[in-house]
Design a binder for this molecule. Structure first.
Ligand code: C5P
Length: 439
């Protein structure tokens, strides 16, 4: 990829951030708890481990004034995948910010593509920024981007990906994009891959077995379960055509068109594991962070012993929560005019509601907002589609402005954003967002 002058200026900023970060004596590395936050956190932690330098870590769900208050005594802080959205960081001592969220009024050193005219919501994740800052782990750079809905990898993400391919950490393949191509027996692969939700197959193992048998695809070879990656080219072709036809017949042309696409493989990880494919790996990391164990995700990124088993346990929990969340969402989406609203307070966890909204947003002509109870009030997550942001949607701006209106905090990206607001202000918040979206 050819780099323009703003790309080059951004890379200079990354170098500066690295120099200052590594000059810190014992920084606290504060990172976000989702897949992008975990990968970018791990990339940063790994730089300190390589140099044998002291550091401490602090994964967090959000960076509000309450968390910032707790950090007042810290002499040196590196914020990763957050920090750029809260002006109170200006009151802290020595700070470096590695972020890609919408940002305003920050006076600290910040490596953030948005400051250089590069779209941090679509073209560079925090993991990508961190891999450019520390010049390593480009494979994790791709994992965080995919986990942050930045698919396919374009712009600066593609530059990161090409670096990964060049260093032998990544391979790019055009493939069926469903979950578990390497790690799941064929029937489970079809039955439990709920993105997209395939009517009559998803969560119906019996139908999946019949579907495969009708296509003349054996599910076992010498008594051992086969997985998708072990199918012959002809078998894959039959399966993809049948899935495409099924989705089109059920009126899901948008899902059919997204079935096959680029996939990113982490060639240094074990094949047939859940960390081999970037999308699958990012789901495992989301499971860790969103079930309060971001540290397990970081260990998995750093290939620490026993981390894989611990992460898979959290993945089981995550899958159940998502499955229940989706089935609730399917029957409880309300049309609020400029957006769909999912009132999941008391039903879906605040850490999961955004993922559920994302999974039911496919093919929708309006964004989805979902509300859940959080420890300090209400969390609202919002998700749009690429088509909607091409038409001008900016959820990050809407969440930020509406949360400010009701005394909360919010922000994020054009396509995915969130807010934490006082419980009693939900109605006012929603009508304010409605006004902004109408405009
Ligand atoms: O939590 P959720 O997945 O819905 O978050 C979507 C995006 O919005 C994330 O990038 C997150 O960092 C951002 N967000 C934010 N402020 C909040 C909540 C979420 O900037 N209060």
């Amino acid at each position: 990829m050819e780099l323009s002058s703003n790309h080059l200026d951004f890379l200079e900023r990354c170098k500066e951030a690295r120099k200052v970060a590594l000059s810190f004596k014992d920084p606290l590395i504060v990172h976000h708890y989702d897949a992008d936050g975990i990968t970018s956190g791990a990339i940063t932690i790994s730089a300190f481990l390589k140099e044998n330098k002291k550091h401490r870590t602090f994964p967090t769900k959000k960076l509000d004034d309450f968390v910032i208050d707790q950090l007042q005594k810290e002499k040196e802080i590196i914020f990763v995948d957050l920090g750029g959205g809260n002006k109170s960081v200006n009151e802290l001592q020595d700070v470096v910010i590695i972020d890609h969220h919408q940002t305003k009024g920050i006076e600290k050193l910040q490596a953030n593509p948005l400051l250089f005219g590069i779209d941090g919501g679509l073209e560079l994740s925090a993991s990508g920024v961190a891999s450019l800052v520390f010049n390593h782990h480009f494979d994790l750079g791709a994992v965080g981007a995919v986990g942050d809905m930045q698919y396919p990898l374009i712009g600066m993400n593609r530059y990161v990906m090409q670096k990964g391919v060049g260093s032998g950490e990544l391979e790019v393949k055009n493939e069926l994009r469903m979950y578990g191509r390497y790690s799941r027996p064929l029937i489970d692969f079809l039955a439990y891959s709920d993105d997209p939700f395939v009517p009559s197959l998803t969560y119906n193992a019996e139908n999946c077995e019949k579907f495969l048998s009708d296509l003349n695809i054996e599910t076992k070879e010498k008594e051992v379960w086969r997985n998708y990656s072990s199918l012959s080219f002809e078998e894959k072709k039959r399966l993809i055509s049948a899935l495409t036809k099924l989705l089109i017949d059920k009126g899901m042309r948008w899902a059919a068109s997204e079935l096959v696409g680029e996939t990113y493989l982490l060639t240094k990880r074990k094949a047939y594991s859940s960390t081999y494919d970037a999308a699958e790996f990012s789901t495992v990391l989301n499971a860790c962070g969103r079930h309060s164990h971001a540290e397990v995700g970081v260990s998995l990124c750093l290939e620490k012993e026993n981390s894989y088993e611990a992460a898979l346990e959290l993945l089981k929990k995550h899958k159940i929560a998502i499955r229940e969340g989706i089935s609730f969402a399917k029957n409880n989406l309300n049309d609020f005019g400029p957006f769909f609203f999912l009132d999941a307070r008391g039903i879906i966890e605040d850490s999961i509601v955004g993922i559920v909204c994302g999974m039911v947003s496919g093919g929708k002509t309006k964004p989805i907002l979902g509300a859940a109870f959080s420890e300090s009030g209400v969390k609202v997550s919002s998700r749009g589609t690429k088509k909607l942001i091409d038409e001008g949607l900016n959820l990050g701006k809407a969440m930020s402005a509406a949360s400010e209106e009701v005394g909360g905090v919010g922000g994020g990206h054009r396509i995915a954003a969130g807010a934490n607001i006082p419980s009693e202000s939900l109605n006012h918040f929603l009508s304010y967002v409605g006004e902004l979206l109408r405009q």
